[in-house]
Design a binder for this molecule. Structure first.
Ligand code: NDP
Length: 252
């Protein structure tokens, strides 16, 4: 088979959490351009619906689901909707996440729990829901969004809960890959560096750019190649991996 054909996702069924904007939305566009039907999952239905309508222009089926990924009951009803509309799930991009930038002395227990609940437990819940379907049919690709903050401690802003949650995502990914490889279910993560999205609007960025070897902040489009690669047969022998897409930040 031609190598470019191995990147195609025609007829595959995918969901993207946090798909209404930022990295998730651009990942959903890339998956649709490669041929997959896409369910956009986001906390609020309205932005999820708007993104789903926009992405439908690429010619594949889309579906919008409002769900909080940290709520078990929401994740259960999300899967019911996806399975009733699409019949199955082949690709899960577990991407929804938040960041609270605070020094540890100022962070409350509630804030710590909120970050861990969404960023780590949320990925556990959505990966498990997709994995149950994929293990049963012995095929599937799960992609989780980590962060370079799961590898290093970026500064000047501090966010101990965020960094801990993302290190957890990278190790959860390896753990699921080891467990589900025998069922032909691949599980990988992507760790972005600084990317220009809503998540990073409030933070001072000049010092970041100086430290990035490629001398710029990333765009959500910069993640699209890694997402399609990991979703597709082009990565058929890749599991338990983390792909850093950080402009070289972690080289230092
Ligand atoms: P954005 O804030 O632009 O988008 C995140 C999306 O996820 C929003 O639509 C948000 O909805 C949604 N979301 C948040 N919490 C939940 C939830 N509990 N259930 C369902 N949806 C939710 O962020 P990014 O696109 O930048 O971030 C995407 C992922 O990439 C995150 O996991 C983030 O940690 C990671 N990342 C981002 C980096 C960056 O520099 N931007 C760097 C490294 C990692 P709402 O609008 O309602 O909050």
């Amino acid at each position: 088979m031609n190598i470019f054909d191995r990147f195609r996702l025609d007829g595959k069924k995918a969901f993207v959490t946090g798909g209404a904007r930022g990295i998730g939305k651009y990942a959903a566009i890339a998956l649709a351009q490669a041929g997959a039907d896409i369910a956009i999952i986001d906390r609020d239905m309205e932005p999820a619906q708007a993104a789903a309508e926009e992405i439908a222009a690429f010619g594949t089926r889309t579906l919008a689901v409002g769900a909080d990924v940290s709520e078990y009951s929401d994740v259960q009803s999300m899967m019911v909707k996806i399975l009733s509309e699409f019949g199955t799930v082949d690709i899960a991009f577990n991407n929804a996440g938040i960041c609270i930038n605070k020094n540890t002395q100022e962070m409350s227990l509630e804030e710590w729990k909120k970050v861990i609940d969404i960023n780590l437990t949320g990925i556990y819940l959505t990966a498990k829901a997709a994995g149950m379907v994929m293990v049963a049919k012995k095929a599937g690709s799960i992609i989780n969004t980590g962060s370079m903050a799961g590898h290093i401690i970026p500064e000047p802003q501090y966010h101990c809960a965020y960094s801990a949650s993302k290190a957890g995502v990278i190790h959860l990914t390896k753990s699921l890959a080891a467990e589900w490889g025998i069922h032909n279910v691949r599980v990988n993560s992507i760790s972005p560096g600084y990317i220009d999205t809503g998540l990073t609007q409030a933070v001072q960025r000049r010092s970041w750019i100086e430290r990035v070897p490629l001398k710029r902040i990333g765009k959500p489009e910069d993640l699209q190649g890694a997402v399609v690669y990991l979703a597709s047969d082009a990565s058929s022998f890749t599991t338990g991996s983390d792909i850093l897409v950080d402009g070289g930040f972690c080289c230092w």
